[in-house]
Design a protein around this ligand. Structure first.
Ligand code: PGA
Length: 259
């Protein structure tokens, strides 16, 4: 982690936990995170739990994120979630283009780009998820895949808006599989992402950009990951569903920031 970037740990609860369970988990996190500085913390509950979790998080340092978002403000888009409503509900971040959205729900780079620009226009911070399949990695196409997802995902985003963007590198083969990218594998891609953003924008913007790692992050592997110079936090799925493991991850990241 680079000293000038505040690390971010974000819990992606995916389609887990009803409203009561989410509120309870949020309460535990708020209590456990009370003394954690040097790290930004956010959680992304299901859409149904957002407002109730927002009430628990209000005034604390744990922030709220949505797992998805539509690009339009309102209208005939059955089942979709408006950026205006997310903002009204207290969301600070919107996770966009998660590999599950891309693979299971057909989201394209062009769609993710529309969502991302809309999120920024509505004052939400966009967490742009990118990453390769195992097949792509084995074929040596990791760099090309990630480059395409970032270039197309950020198309039309101006320099001055990039402060609202976080990139999450999540190799698909490491998500929910227990198989983490090694720190070296992750660092290599993170550094390439920063170089790419430095070429698309400018180096100072790239230096300020937070690039999170995601994919089977847990208490046992976070320390080695966060020690890498271009890894600025984590997007955590499974290990964010228990307060103890998520808080342990947050603590490790905070300690790395303090040292
Ligand atoms: P995981 O999920 O930590 O369960 O691998 C990460 C993610 O999909 O964001």
């Amino acid at each position: 982690m680079f000293a000038e970037r505040t690390s971010l740990v974000m819990g992606n609860w995916k389609m887990n936990g009803g409203v009561a369970e989410s509120v309870e988990l949020a309460r535990e996190l708020v209590a456990g995170a009370a003394h954690l500085t040097q790290v930004d913390i956010a959680v992304a509950p299901t859409a149904l739990s957002l407002t109730r979790v927002a009430d628990v998080l209000a005034g604390t340092q744990v922030e709220l994120a949505s797992q998805n978002m539509h690009f339009e403000e309102s209208g005939a888009f059955t089942g979709e979630i408006s950026p205006v409503h997310l903002k009204e509900s207290g969301c600070r971040y919107a996770i966009l283009g998660h590999s599950e959205r891309r693979q299971l729900f057909g989201e394209t780079d062009a769609l993710v780009n529309r969502k991302l620009r809309s999120a920024l226009n509505h004052g939400l911070h966009a967490v742009l998820c990118v990453g390769e399949t195992l097949e792509e990695r084995d074929a040596g196409r990791t760099g090309a895949k990630v480059e395409r997802q970032i270039t197309e995902g950020l198309a039309g985003v101006r320099d001055e808006d990039l402060g609202g963007v976080v990139i999450a590198y999540e190799p698909i083969w490491a998500i929910g599989t227990g198989r983490t990218a090694s720190p070296d594998q992750a660092q290599e891609v993170h550094a390439a992402i920063r170089t790419l953003v430095g070429a698309l924008y400018d180096r100072s913007i790239a230096d300020g950009l937070r690039v999170l790692y995601g994919g089977s992050v847990k208490p046992a592997n976070i320390e080695a990951l966060i020690a890498c110079p271009d890894i600025d936090g984590a997007l955590v799925g499974g290990a964010s569903l228990k307060a103890e493991s998520f808080l342990t991850i947050c603590r490790s990241v905070a300690d790395a920031g303090a040292s």
